[in-house]
Ligand binder design. Structure first.
Ligand code: ADP
Length: 449
């Protein structure tokens, strides 16, 4: 455009000179006058040329306004721009396609990153944060607005920062396990690796996986094996010493023999009970227990179980009372319900020395549903508050010696809890040391069939 203007100008100047010469010759006037006349003519010509340029300037103005606003120039404008307009339309279409592809890729990448359970943090080679996914934000309680921040400002655990720094320094992936103590104990498995694009190091990527739950399960499994071995070791040692004593002459004394044989039978029974409990728990945890869902009268079930425990309670001088609302029918597995109530009543009798055990069944409405609640209340030793959150764990006992002496393994409540949850309900507990405990089984009151 500029070049054509210039050539036009040169041409006009040359033409002006020739015109001035011709005028001075033809009109017989001095050359200077002819030049003035030519200049006037040129100004008139230039003015008309500039005026003819105005629509073009306007077109460019409109074009730049549209482009600056990020809008596609209108079809009319593109058409008016002729060849340039065509080129712009093609370029615009190509750009739009590339932009849509990039956007799609970005949406996909974001979706993948946000769905990941692993925490991901990326930073450039100067340590400026490029990206943090929500798992990382949650894991490390990071601020939502992390743009313009450096990794070192993120208050990440020291072990992770060290991994990042080592990766930046050495340029190779670094792995490590990090233990966090605040706000709660957590174990992380993390690795940092250089970010490479087009063969160039452009930053560092940190990926952290929360292993806390895995470690917890591992610990439970280890504890479980240790607990079972421990539970079996005592009766086996007792059996061994009793049989040895019998073999070494005890069998010849009828009184000793009968006493020892009874002790052997008791220990064997105890071991059988432990195995039954373990098998029940294993079946429940593996989801292999068969359920027989029926319409069950809670009052009948409670009455039957209570009847079985009356002799034990009376032997300890305890009063056992039952009070149930009429027509309490739920859809449940009667055997499972009876087992839950047995475990609770067994404990109530075991851990109560005087007073009374009361079983009350009623219909209750709470914020989360309509239930039949069966309360097993005792006036026993109670449970210290710090133990309450753990008493439903396998093998957990407040007083190991006392529980063992009473024939317990610390499995009754965990089985009861499993059963209640499988029936769609739950078990809750309230307790006060020295006053007693109330265990409540909540059964959902759903439609009967
Ligand atoms: P255990 O076989 O030891 O009774 P459970 O799983 O039934 O095992 O109970 C776990 C622990 O909870 C018991 O060892 C006991 O310390 C405590 N506990 C359960 N029920 C009661 C209760 N009614 N009164 C006092 N303590 C109880």
């Amino acid at each position: 455009m500029a070049r054509s203007l210039l050539s036009r100008l040169i041409l006009s100047l040359a033409a002006g000179e020739i015109l001035a010469l011709a005028l001075s010759q033809y009109l017989q006037i001095p050359y200077a006058k002819a030049m003035v006349a030519t200049a006037i003519l040129a100004i008139v010509a230039l003015a008309s040329f500039v005026l003819s340029l105005r629509p073009l300037t306007e077109l460019f103005l409109n074009l730049s306004t549209a482009l600056k606003a990020g809008n596609k120039p209108s079809d009319l404008l593109l058409k008016e721009l002729g060849e340039l307009g065509n080129a712009l339309a093609v370029a615009w279409e190509r750009w739009e396609k590339t932009f849509a592809e990039l956007k799609e890729e970005r949406v996909l990448l974001t979706a993948i990153l946000e769905r990941m359970a692993e925490g991901v943090i990326a930073a450039d080679e100067h340590g400026n944060v490029l990206l943090i996914n929500s798992a990382a934000a949650q894991m490390f309680r990071l601020p939502l607005d992390w743009s313009n921040r450096r990794v070192t400002e993120l208050a990440l655990p020291f072990g992770l920062l060290e991994l990042v720094q080592r990766t930046i320094k050495l340029g190779t992936p670094q792995f490590g396990e990090v233990q966090l103590l605040h706000p709660e104990e957590r174990f992380l498995d993390a690795y940092a690796t250089p970010l490479i694009a087009d063969g160039k190091r452009i930053g560092v990527l940190l990926v952290a996986r929360d292993l806390t739950e895995l470690k917890r399960l591992e610990r439970i499994r280890r504890d479980f094996v240790a607990n079972v071995s421990h539970e079996l070791r005592t009766p086996i040692a007792t059996l061994r010493s009793l049989t040895e004593a019998l073999l070494m002459g005890g069998k010849d004394d009828p009184e000793v023999r009968d006493k020892f044989l009874q002790a052997i039978a008791d220990e064997a029974e105890r071991m059988g009970k432990l195995l039954d409990n373990l098998l029940e728990l294993a079946r429940l945890e593996a989801g292999r227990r068969e359920w027989r869902w029926q319409n069950v009268s809670v009052s009948d079930c409670v009455a039957q179980v209570a009847e079985r425990f009356k002799p034990f309670a009376e032997r300890k001088g305890l009063k056992l009372t039952v009070r149930t609302e009429p027509d309490l029918t739920v859809r449940t597995d009667p055997e499972a319900l009876a087992q839950i109530l047995s475990n609770l009543l067994d404990n109530a009798v075991k851990y109560t020395e005087r007073g009374e055990i009361a079983v009350v069944a009623e219909r209750l409405e709470t914020a989360d549903g309509v239930w039949v609640a069966v309360h097993v209340r005792d006036t026993g030793i109670g449970i210290p508050p710090e133990h309450l959150p753990r008493i439903f764990e396998r093998f957990y006992r407040v007083d190991k010696a006392r529980s063992r002496q009473q024939g317990g393994f610390g499995l009754g409540l965990s089985i009861a809890k499993h059963l209640a949850e499988s029936l769609g309900g739950k078990i809750t507990v309230q307790s006060e040391v020295g006053k007693g405990s109330i265990f409540t089984v909540w059964l959902p009151l759903s439609k009967l069939e």
